[in-house]
Ligand binder design. Sequence first.
Ligand SMILES: [Zn+2]
Length: 454
Amino acid sequence: MIRAIWFLGLLAAISYAAARLADNPGEVSLNWLGYRIETTAGILLTGLLVISLVLATIFRIWSYFRGIPRRVVRARGEWRRRRGYKALTLGMVAVAAGDAGEARRQARKAEKFLAEPPLTRLLSAQAAQLAGDDEAAGKFFEAMAEEPETKYLGIHGLLNQKLHEGDTEGAMELAEQASDMKPKTEAVSSTLFDLQIKNGDWDGAEDTVRKSVRAKYLDRETGQRRRGILKYQRSIEVESEGHIGEALQLAQRANALAPSFVPAAMRKAKLLADAGKRRKAVSVIEEAWVRNPHPGLARLMDDIGHANNPSDRLHALEKLAGYNKDSVESHLAVAEAALGAELWDEARQHLEAVADDDAPARVCRLMAELEDAENGNSELARDWLKRAALAAPDPAWVCGNCGNVLAEWQPVCDRCDKFDSFNWQSPPRVMRLEPNEIDAAGQSDLDLDNPAVG
Ligand SMILES: [Zn+2]
């Protein structure tokens, strides 16, 4: 609309100017280099207009021809870039499909057409890796690690190579660099933590746990427990180096961070007892018993207490049991000590309290021992032993991830490499037969699984 108004305005102005010129043709006279031109103002203006138009057209044609080489170069660059990106895409598809030959071909094409190393190196490295050429892949990753834009990708690639080679120390260094660059990346922190554990770098691992809690992908409670376990490991290490005082401090810290982690409580109690602080050691065991009545604590009470005198031993264990009266472990600890002191009534009382239909194997074995020792009733004792064979296996440290069973707690499962995966529990059985099925099958054909830790 505005353009139409403009056009109409312009037309009106030209018509007006033409009319004015026609009405007042005027006279123009030019004397130049011996030529004389006489004409009207209208013809002179028209002539000037025509000359301008001709010059403008010539200039445009000249510019067009002058721009041809530049346009050819630009078109060629565009063509190369398009082919380069296509090769890059096809190469990535080939990597995803696991086609090593095609991946390498496309990587070379992309390198040739794009001439932008940061863009094509990753594909080249992946293609080399796929073709099993780790050395070439390593060179590409190293080159990537040099450039600021691709540094992280390069380090990550090299880290995976070291992991593949089994070089845990080299991998740990690279994982530290990667974690420093991207502290909020969970996968990197988790890899770094696993490597620190594998290399026994307990302090480094604790630092990683702290960072993980701060980055909020590890909850506070799990973080504290992990830190407790790491302090516990450090305490073992320091003790082996002969620094007993520091070992005790670390065990105390471990116990404070992870109160439900029995090995730390036991370590703290043992080191306290070794340092002559027997009463403190006993109170640590009693405190742990309230939360976690573990047979190891009762054994430790024996070790630091009056293991040589059966009646003192019974007394100490009765006191310990008093801190968690209803626990099976409390009854078992007292029953065992009572058997040792030949106090049959007390032993029977505690065993019968837990000898129900689901009585664990240890209860059945102690019942057999009692029947044999008190009344010489070997038939009844045999019955109890038969029940023990069928009862739930005695608790042990069972890996929650792969079912591995250990007698001693370990920070990492040697079968599945998982950290803090062991729980104190009855190991699972493959098969459980009812007693009448056993009678039918005959004793010799029993196909019971082997509780790895009895
Ligand atoms: Zn495991």
